[in-house]
Ligand binder design. Structure first.
Ligand code: SF4
Length: 114
């Protein structure tokens, strides 16, 4: 379970650069560079909730009562990344970025490495 730092302050799950979700989903199954990945768990602060997050497939993703911890499980579709093992992230720590993102496509896993 990687240590997760996230700069996406516009996401409602972000608390002091940590994520309050126990588990996140990173997308980008054809990604060859960080810009082609995204955090599918992004949900705009004040919005109705991200499309992916409200999807039934993500129903098991729980928000740990608003307390952000340093580590989160990361399910990741970016299979070209060297840290990806069977769609799970095995990096020691990752950085999700996208300071002013309004949607998940404006976020990225900056740790992605081919
Ligand atoms: S470091 Fe690689 S495997 Fe881990 S979340 Fe980022 S893109 Fe996915």
């Amino acid at each position: 379970m990687p240590e997760l730092k996230c700069t996406v302050q516009t996401c409602k799950h972000n608390q002091n650069y940590y994520c309050t979700l126990d588990k996140i989903q990173v997308g980008g199954n054809a990604a060859k560079k960080p810009e082609e990945t995204c955090c599918d768990s992004f949900a705009e602060r004040g919005g109705a909730g991200g499309a992916s997050y409200s999807n039934a497939a993500y129903g098991a993703y729980t928000d740990s009562a608003g307390s952000a911890s340093a580590c989160s499980c990361v399910d990741c579709q970016a299979v070209e990344c060297r840290y990806n093992d069977n769609c799970h992230c095995h990096a020691g720590k990752i950085s999700v970025e996208g300071g002013n993102a309004c949607q998940s496509s404006e976020t990225e896993c900056a740790t992605f490495t081919c």
